[in-house]
Design a protein around this ligand. Structure first.
Ligand code: ADE
Length: 260
């Protein structure tokens, strides 16, 4: 069971992920647990304030140490891993999702307004950003992290959906198609009807490589071509439609004739 404790001043915002769809089911099946901790309820201020203007002047309000620190103390255990969501953190990737999945208990501290008191950062194990843009608060960032980790927890989604995913080995996923065969004259590649799984896998690999090269040249540069991938690329370099694809296509064409 993967547990997430989310320290936030807007716990209700998280209902959008806990009360709908896949994460709702995962919670129901006890595969994950999402604990919402309202930072405001820990405020020792008479009016439950949790923020003050920045010392030294400047715009906006800063979340104070005390309510966050006490909220953290109330949930932190020996095996907890503490993350602060902040635009200054390390940019989150699929590799981080895979790494963080192995923690039994993640505590996510969600900042808001102009930010949080600098002295809180020392209590976190890491700082994460979900991209180089500024959100009104870290709630959406926390949801993205909880969602991306939860789907990796065994049983949350069908395990075969986790095969050949985008970002595995720095490659994007190959293009996918669903019926109908012909959509406004745009047809599903016939090889996908061939029933030849080996040929289909090679074709898909080529498409994944092409797609990554075109859409994410930065990822493609990081990708290390395997021996098998080099062979596939060489086959496509030699002939526009390599032998394995031609042979599989003959079968696919027959199938499509049946469809047409
Ligand atoms: N809080 C505000 N913007 C953020 C971002 N990009 N990532 C994480 N937390 C944030």
């Amino acid at each position: 069971m993967n547990k997430f404790s989310i320290l936030t001043i807007f716990p209700k915002m998280f209902e959008s992920i806990t009360k709908e769809s896949i994460l709702k089911r995962a919670i129901g099946k006890n595969l994950i647990d999402i604990e919402l901790v309202d930072i405001r309820s820990f405020s020792k201020d008479k009016t439950h304030r949790i923020d003050r203007p920045p010392v030294g002047g400047g715009a906006g309000l800063i979340m104070q140490c005390q309510p966050i620190y006490d909220a953290l103390k109330s949930v932190k255990k020996e095996n907890s891993h503490v993350i602060i969501l902040t635009p200054r953190g390390k940019t989150y990737t699929q590799e981080d999702a895979r790494r963080l999945k192995d923690y039994e208990h993640l505590i996510l501290i969600v900042g808001h307004y102009e930010g949080i008191d600098e002295r809180i950062y020392r209590y976190a194990d890491e700082e994460i950003s979900i991209g180089d843009y500024i959100l009104t608060g870290g709630e959406i960032a926390a949801m993205a992290i909880v969602d991306s980790i939860s789907r990796l927890v065994p049983g949350v989604i069908t395990s075969s959906s986790l095969d050949d995913e985008s970002f595995d080995d720095n490659l994007l996923e190959y293009p996918q198609f669903a019926e109908p065969y012909d959509f406004l004259g745009d047809k599903v590649p016939s090889i996908l009807y061939s029933g030849n799984h080996e040929a289909i896998a090679k074709y898909r690999k080529k498409k994944a490589l092409d797609l990554t090269k075109e859409k994410r040249p930065d990822l493609y540069q990081k990708h290390v071509l395997t021996k098998e991938e080099k062979k596939i690329l060489a086959a496509y370099e030699k002939e526009k439609v390599p032998k394995f694809e031609r042979e599989a296509l003959l079968k696919g064409q027959k199938f499509i004739k049946d469809k047409d």
